[in-house]
Design a protein around this ligand. Structure first.
Ligand code: ZN
Length: 236
């Protein structure tokens, strides 16, 4: 019975990985890169960058999805976003082939990172949660996830919660601070209840994903993804 469930879950995950959806998730409203800012290629060699790259690698391993991550010099306010689009010129500037990074792109804004650094007194504990939320959108693009709007966002929050618990198995972190900063973003559209859900809805989804990982013995991105869908089916 259990094996059957896992196989079904794998099939539903695999069957949906054929083509790409056309959409963008971002913290602020623009959907074009030119309106959002200037991508930055190459390493920044900061103290926090190593941890961020490790988290990205852990997410790739967990979900077997490979979006490339770039930094962004935001045109407006602090921002981060995921798109199913691949940017060959940016990849080439980093010496990465499209073949090795085929699953869309994640941009993390430098203003956002600086703001998080201030809010967390330099620890940047909330950054992995933001990265995991955007990474979850890359997984949704690849799987042609049918969820739209708020439910799509809450599914990404569920996966972010799962990843934060997963990460606690091998990295030092403050989960409460990660969650607090992640959901306390009233100063820009990240907490737009119409788009992303209310802070309470977002926290509930994050916490449900977190608890799923805590109750699991072996981490599985497929399991987290499908349980996230199941969680959302139970919501109005
Ligand atoms: Zn989102």
């Amino acid at each position: 019975m259990k094996l059957k469930f896992v196989l079904l879950a794998l099939l539903s995950f695999a069957a949906a990985t054929q083509t790409f959806a056309q959409s963008v998730c971002c913290l602020l409203g623009s959907s074009s890169l030119s309106g959002l800012g200037r991508p930055i290629t190459g390493n920044l060699n900061t103290t926090w960058e190593k941890g961020l790259l490790e988290d990205h690698a852990a997410l790739v391993k967990l979900f077997n999805v490979r979006p490339h991550m770039f930094y962004l010099e935001e045109a407006g306010g602090p921002n981060a976003f995921a798109t199913n689009q691949v940017f060959p010129d940016l990849l080439a500037a980093e010496g990465v082939s499209e073949k090795d990074s085929p699953d869309g792109t994640i941009f993390l804004g430098l203003k956002l990172i600086q703001m998080e650094a201030r809010n967390t007194k330099g620890s940047l504990f909330s950054l992995p949660a933001i990265l995991a939320h955007e990474f979850a959108h890359a997984v949704q693009f690849k799987t042609r996830c049918v969820l739209q709007g708020k439910k799509r966002e809450l599914h990404a929050d569920y996966i972010a919660g799962y990843f934060i618990a997963h990460r606690a198995r091998f990295r030092k972190q403050s989960t409460s601070q990660a969650a607090k900063n992640f959901f306390a973003k009233g100063d820009y559209m990240f907490n737009d209840a119409q788009h992303h859900g209310t802070p309470e809805e977002r926290w509930n989804a994050f916490w449900a994903g977190y608890q799923l990982n805590k109750a699991s013995k072996a981490p599985s991105g497929v399991y987290a993804y499908n349980e996230g869908l199941r969680y959302l089916r139970g919501l109005k």
